[in-house]
Ligand binder design. Structure first.
Ligand code: EPU
Length: 736
């Protein structure tokens, strides 16, 4: 509609338009004189001489109702376009696939050839400036014809260019025969030449008998054909022949074999209009794609992200073929089906369309203006794909999570494609934006380090719940950690550190920003020096206890019972068997919020029960623990006692250790027990029957389940005993 409005404004008409929303496009048209309303009001019809409407507009639209009541002329978009075209020599580009690119290419080649064409194409075309333009200097008008609603019969062009004909828009047409009837009528109404793709069986059958028709394609039988095609990453080079005679070589800076075919159609048309092959070839070389046609969203040596409008099985197959020909390691695809009716009618074809993709994440249907059809959803397609034996298909009904699913699969060498005519490009754009940051993080941690997008934190917490970390980063040394801190500060990115995740409850929406997991390299090192053990924050507390045993150092045995790492033990001043971390710590090495390194002795540190405040804003890298020389038998005895205590009084199931801090009046486990809350549950979260201060995950629990159960326990303790329980487990992240 915006194209029609632009043309009418350029022709000097007064134009009023309305839509549910204002967009960049409506803003642009307003600057050119459009009177725009963000609501469809009946009054808009009263001053108009003519009302033009899109087929997405319902019959009960107030403007349409008012216009009909007052007897004003009302026409469909295509009728208006056909009428505007009558002011020029019309060239109509039609077909199920590729018509936007081809009409843009035609307008561009004619423009470069000095013919000053006017144009109307169905998308924003950077190289043409706008989607529609009236050029008073030229004779020709190039338009993209829309076959979806039968309105092709409104057109009486001088030339038609037919790209392909197949089953599509079966919400409108009964079958292929009905579609062909409309195309046949257009062919009849074309006053001069019909150009048709000889490789498309339906187009060839319909056009072959037409007097003076000119064929194009790959077949040598075509009047114009392409041969010796060299498909490169983002371009194609090919030779063009006219009835056996070589016209020359063309370079098309748009990828894909199907685009070569379309370009031969444009070459045929432009040649017949008298433009020299040299000029055509020079302009094709400069041609740039329409938006959303193999549009590169992100490109590096490691990753390539591309968006494409393909939404019909044939288009998807062609686009994925192009994607695989680029030669990256894998092709990962996010697909948003478009319209319920198309999904239903072409479900089998969709099932076969993704064979070239290594993985497909299918989300729900973009309805356009359609009402849902019961039983038809994105899952219809993912099931069809899976039924054909494709092993890499998944269904993600939450649209805003699609980029996460794909992003978490990413490996260097991957090509990601977003496919669909709806708004799936938003998801690939989000992924591209995050990938820019992820690549910078990777440069910081270097080859040894690891960076992953949208890493599920349920994989990194002992409770096994939690949504994803936007950026999961594993540095292997202090200097990389320091640089990460500085980077996050500079980019205003939140930074959170996760150790072994044994005392962590991450909400289902995950953690935004950078989640640092210091592990491996320097962080896992344990060194014994006399009575002191220096351990990196990634080392397990348990390992410190065993290093003590090997070195004949006692007093550390209680650490055997803590599932966490040194970092977490420090942050929480973790404890067991009546002991706590800072009774053994003699020094801590940490990075401040500017990434500067500090070393502090125990006496200079403020420490509380289950809390070491320094680490609220600083980041530990290692600690020195002191043990006391002790006979090995005694150490072994203490280790065994700790194990015994743990095995008999604590559950083996997935948990986050003790959920609550022990109130002064009574241990939390005893309190929960006395309140009779053991085994009470919410979803798959359950209070352990072994120990009242443990909540266990029975498999598939969500953070929401856990939080609800925690609240339930707190309110019962408050009501029945007047005790305010405080959580020991750290609760972080965002709700889903
Ligand atoms: N108790 C009950 N019913 C229960 C659980 C406990 O009556 O369901 C009673 C016990 O019989 C005992 C008292 O409550 O008399 C305390 O229980 P426990 O000895 O198990 O110790 P806790 O205070 O519950 C603390 C730590 C644990 C650590 C153990 C073992 C806290 C909040 N918890 O538990 O640490 O493993 O001691 O030394 O300080 C953790 O912090 O995550 C953790 C597991």
């Amino acid at each position: 509609m915006s194209g029609i409005a632009a043309l009418l404004l350029e022709l000097g008409h007064e134009v009023t338009g309305s839509d549910k929303v204002s967009t960049l496009e409506t803003d642009r048209l307003q600057r050119r004189g459009l009177c725009f309303h963000e609501q469809h009001r009946a009054a808009a019809a009263s001053n108009a001489d003519l009302i033009i409407f899109s087929s997405a507009i319902k019959v009960d639209n107030p403007i349409l109702v008012s216009a009909r009541d007052s007897g004003k002329p009302v026409v469909r978009r295509a009728e208006a376009l056909a009428a505007i075209m009558r002011g020029k020599r019309g060239i109509l580009i039609v077909g199920m696939h590729g018509k936007t690119t081809t009409s843009a290419m035609t307008a561009h080649v004619l423009r470069e050839g000095g013919l000053h064409p006017s144009h109307y194409v169905g998308a924003e075309i950077p190289i043409l400036g706008t989607n529609a333009h009236w050029d008073p200097r030229g004779e020709y008008f190039v338009a993209e014809g829309d076959e979806s609603d039968g309105t092709l019969i409104c057109f009486h062009p001088e030339h038609s260019l037919i790209l392909n004909i197949e089953e599509e828009h079966l919400d409108f047409y009964a079958d292929l025969a009905a579609i062909e009837k409309v195309f046949a009528r257009l062919i009849e109404q074309t006053s001069r030449t019909v150009f048709y793709n000889i490789d498309d069986a339906n187009a060839a059958r319909l056009c072959a008998e037409r007097k003076g028709a000119i064929s194009f394609g790959f077949s040598e039988k075509a009047d114009y054909h392409a041969a010796h095609i060299d498909l490169r990453d983002f371009a194609s080079v090919f030779c063009v022949y006219r009835r056996g005679e070589q016209l020359g070589e063309a370079v098309l800076n748009v990828p894909g074999q199907h685009n070569v075919q379309n370009a031969v159609g444009v070459i045929a048309l432009a040649t017949e209009l008298g433009i020299s092959f040299d000029k055509i070839a020079a302009s094709l070389c400069k041609f740039e794609h329409a938006r959303r046609r193999f549009e590169i969203k992100y490109e590096s040596d490691r990753f390539l992200l591309v968006d494409d409008y393909a939404h019909h099985p044939t288009e998807i197959r062609a686009t994925l073929k192009t994607a695989t020909s680029i030669g990256r390691k894998r092709v990962l695809t996010m697909f948003q089906p478009h319209r319920y009716s198309r999904t239903k009618a072409l479900r089998n074809e969709f099932g076969r369309a993704f064979d070239d993709a290594d993985h497909v994440v299918v989300t729900d249907i973009y309805p356009a203006s359609e009402a849902p059809i019961p039983g038809i959803s994105g899952e219809t397609i993912s099931n069809e794909i899976a039924m054909r034996g494709h092993r890499g298909v998944s269904y993600q009904p939450r649209f805003e999570w699609v980029h996460r699913d794909v992003g978490n699969m990413l490996d260097p060498g991957d090509l990601v494609m977003s496919l669909g005519a709806g708004n799936i490009h938003e998801q690939v754009a989000l992924l591209a934006a995050d990938l820019v940051i992820a690549e910078k993080l990777k440069a910081i941690v270097g080859e040894q380090g690891d960076v992953r997008l949208y890493e599920p934190l349920s994989k990194h917490t002992t409770l096994r719940v939690g949504g994803p970390a936007q950026f999961w980063v594993e540095p292997r040394n202090e200097s990389a950690f320091a640089e990460l801190i500085r980077f996050c500060r500079c980019e205003s990115l939140p930074l959170f550190v996760v150790g072994r995740g044994s005392n962590l409850l991450v909400k289902d929406g995950g953690i935004r920003g950078v989640v640092v997991h210091p592990c491996g390299g320097d962080f896992d090192k344990i060194e014994v020096n006399g009575n002191e053990i220096t351990a990196g924050v990634g080392a397990k507390l348990k390992e410190v206890a065993y290093a003590g045993k090997t070195a004949g150092l006692g007093g550390l045995e209680w650490m055997e019972g803590i599932p966490g790492a040194v970092g977490g033990g420090l942050r929480m001043n973790a404890g067991a068997m009546g002991a706590q971390t800072f009774e053994n710590v003699v020094g801590v090495r940490y990075l401040d919020p500017d990434g500067n390194l500090h070393v502090k002795k125990r006496d200079d540190l403020e420490v509380h029960y289950r809390n070491f405040p320094l680490l609220e804003n600083n980041f530990a890298v290692s600690a020195v623990f002191r043990g006391e020389p002790a006979p090995t038998e005694e150490i072994v005895r203490n280790l065994k006692a700790s194990q015994q205590k743990r095995r008999t009084s604590q559950p083996a199931a997935k948990s986050a250790g003790c959920i609550f801090k022990n109130p002064d009046s009574c241990p939390a486990g005893k309190l929960v027990d006395e309140l009779g809350l053991k085994n009470s549950c919410v979803g798959k979260a359950r209070v352990s029957e072994v120990h009242g201060n443990f909540i266990v995950n029975d498999g598939g629990a969500t953070a929401a389940d856990m939080l609800e159960l925690i609240e339930k326990i707190k309110s019962v303790a408050r009501a029945k005993r007047g005790i305010e329980l405080e959580t020991e487990v750290q609760i972080v992240g965002e709700p889903a």
